[in-house]
Design a protein around this ligand. Structure first.
Ligand code: GDP
Ligand code: MG
Length: 610
């Protein structure tokens, strides 16, 4: 008995959990589907509410003509060891009802809350728990009475709507059908039996209940039905005598009613031989026993459904990220993990695992050479300009052999032009790196969770890139400066030894220093020297850029950031890990569900093999 009670108590717990989770057995995963419950079905005024009340032993269900029950009522009976009866609604969990008239009122209000006063129906259940020493643990579902005609103010569709709703409960293989038929009507016309026959043709989950035995015509009895001859079911038929309307009006106490029911069967000439198998108390015990068997059969599939749900939630949590522990160490760890994840993606871009790094080579191979080619050196080394520069450098006395000063100035002037392409190369590579940071941030999926951290890392990376760019600028400008600060003497010595006659226009030592020919020759000499330097710079600028920007970006993009976060307090760290609130909510909900399913599984495990 202890095992059975814990089993049914457990089922009640899980069913309540389902409702908390908004799981009404609709689409998707549903534990509800796996759990047995008792659905009370029958035509209007067949005595459904009365049967429920007498199983519970309390008056608490709304009464009246027409369709009173317009939402399913999931009624969980909890046996207590003693003390007064009380009731609790899931929609108002803090409130203990000890006045059962108030329970009735609350059911009515809660029904209207969803369906309005329009007498519409809703398939969202009301959840009511009743705690009492006088009940057995059971879950019962009171459903709207089946009807054949809509009444004043109700849509025509209500007949079909009710039929659909009732069906949706009793069709489920886990549903135990309490089919209520009044004894003063022909059993062949019973709505309850008609439906039960459709959804449970073998009758293995149908319990036939015959009410109003006391209202049968004098001289007739229901033995044909009760003894299974009129309509055969696998479970025995149970006859019931509920309170009549007159009893209800006189407020006949439930316990008195039960006593009267017992006496009715014991003293009845027709039913005395069946008295031990009749009445609402017997019905309650019968149901409870059956429920136990069914639940035992279902445990393995319930556990596997729970496990499946747990796996699904875990997978979802992995996808959106696990919750982060609250301590500073764990937060620091998470931040570093995110940084590393970003860094990995960024490096893959540079090293070729992902696209984009090749654009840096494009800068070196195309942009830089093209820019060098476009430098206005021809203009700078035109005869006219050479004349001007050489003359200015010679001052009041023209040079004797070679215009050393003039040549130096021409070279300096030419080299000045190289600063532009050198800086442009640095800037172009900077832009590529910035774009790769942007891409890498976007591609680090883990980071999406933390918008603040994402922008912190992005800012830190861009800061670092700017520092690298400044360093690279200094380096390439220095390369250019170095070329002007010391010329390659060798080059000019070689020129000197070449016979001037080669030009086909001999100039003697005494000829005019400023002839076009002479100047053109100087221009062309300087031009080929500058060309040689251009070749050198075309090779050395990329080296400097890679050394200062690309290599540093790979090595130490977030180094400064690491130093900064190392100094941060716990609050600042959790500030960085501010999450998108929608995601936080989702995770919280998932975590709650996970907890629930896990504890449900633990509890089932703990009672399953007792
Ligand atoms: P429901 O519409 O199926 O929920 O039916 P109720 O439980 O509200 O019962 C309808 C009416 O039939 C009420 O007035 C009850 O008092 C009355 N009634 C139900 N069962 C019995 C019974 O076994 N004997 C007598 N005399 N009246 C009954
Ligand atoms: Mg009713």
């Amino acid at each position: 008995m202890a095992t059975m009670q814990s089993l049914i108590g457990l089922v009640n717990k899980i069913q309540r959990a389902c409702t908390v989770l908004g799981d009404h057995g609709g689409e998707g995963f549903s534990l509800w589907e796996a759990l047995p419950s008792v659905a009370v079905v029958g035509g209007q005024s067949s005595g459904k509410s009365s049967v429920l009340e007498s199983i519970v032993g309390r008056d608490f269900l709304p009464r009246g003509s027409g369709i009173v029950t317009r939402r399913p009522l999931v009624l969980q009976l909890h046996k207590t060891e003693g003390g007064a009866d009380y009731a609790e609604f899931l929609h108002a969990p803090k409130k203990r009802f000890t006045d059962f008239a108030a329970v009735r009122k609350e059911i009515e209000d809660e029904t209207d809350r969803l369906t309005g006063k329009t007498k519409q129906i809703s398939n969202v259940p009301i959840h009511l728990s009743i705690y009492s020493p006088n009940v057995v643990n059971l879950t019962l579902i009171d459903l709207p009475g089946m009807t054949k005609v809509a009444v004043e103010g109700q849509a025509e569709s209500i007949v079909q709507d009710i039929d659909n709703m009732v069906r949706s409960y009793v069709e489920k293989p886990n549903s135990i059908i309490l089919a209520i038929s009044p004894a003063n009507q022909d059993i062949a016309t019973s709505d309850a039996i008609k439906l039960a026959r459709e959804v449970d043709p073998t009758g293995e989950r149908t319990f036939g209940v015959l009410t109003k035995l006391d209202l049968m015509d004098k001289g007739t009895n229901a033995l044909d039905v009760l003894e299974g001859r009129a309509y055969r079911l696998q479970h025995p038929w149970v006859g019931i005598v509920n309170r009549s309307q007159a009893d209800i009006n006189k407020n006949v106490n439930m316990m008195v009613a039960r006593q009267k029911e017992r006496e009715y069967f014991e003293n009845s000439p027709d039913y005395a031989h069946l008295a031990h198998k009749m009445g609402s108390e017997f019905l309650a015990k019968l149901l409870s026993k059956h429920l136990e068997t069914v639940i035992r059969q279902r445990i393995p599939s319930i556990i596997s459904q729970i496990n499946k749900a747990i796996d699904e939630i875990n997978a979802e949590l992995d996808r959106i990220g696990r919750p982060i522990a609250a301590d500073g160490g764990a937060q620091l760890y998470t931040i570093l993990e995110m940084c590393r994840a970003f860094d990995r993606v960024f490096k893959e871009h540079l090293d070729g695992g992902r696209p984009g790094g090749d654009r840096i080579y494009g800068v070196f191979d195309h942009q830089l050479p093209a820019a060098l080619k476009k430098l206005p050196l021809d203009r700078h080394l035109s005869t006219q300009n050479v004349r001007k520069v050489v003359a200015e450098a010679d001052g009041y006395q023209p040079h004797l052999i070679a215009p050393e000063q003039g040549i130096r100035r021409l070279i300096d002037g030419s080299l000045g032009y190289f600063k532009g392409p050198a800086e442009a190369t640095v800037d172009a590579v900077h832009l590529v790196l910035k774009e790769l940071v942007r891409k890498s941030i976007a591609e680090t999926l883990e980071l999406k969770r933390f918008p603040s951290l994402l922008s912190d890392i992005s800012a830190a990376a861009n800061d670092a890139l700017e520092r690298f760019r400044d360093e690279a600028r200094r380096a390439v400008l220095r390369l250019v400066d170095m070329e002007s600060s010391y010329l390659t003497v060798e080059f000019f010595r070689k020129l000197q030894t070449e016979p001037e006659k080669n030009n086909g226009n001999p100039t003697g030592p005494n000829t005019d220093r400023y002839t076009d020919n002479h100047l053109r020759r100087i221009g062309s000499n300087v031009s080929s020297y500058v060309g040689m330097i251009s070749d050198t710079l075309r090779n050395s600028i990329p080296k400097a850029v890679v050394y200062c920007q690309v290599r540093e970006a790979k090595r130490s993009l977030l180094n400064n950031f690491y130093v900064q976060i190392g100094k941060k307090e716990k609050e600042q760290l959790s500030g960085m890990l501010d999450e998108d609130p929608a995601l936080m909510n989702k995770r919280e909900t998932l975590a709650k569900r996970l907890e629930l399913y896990k504890s449900a599984r633990d509890e089932i495990d703990s009672v399953a093999w007792k």
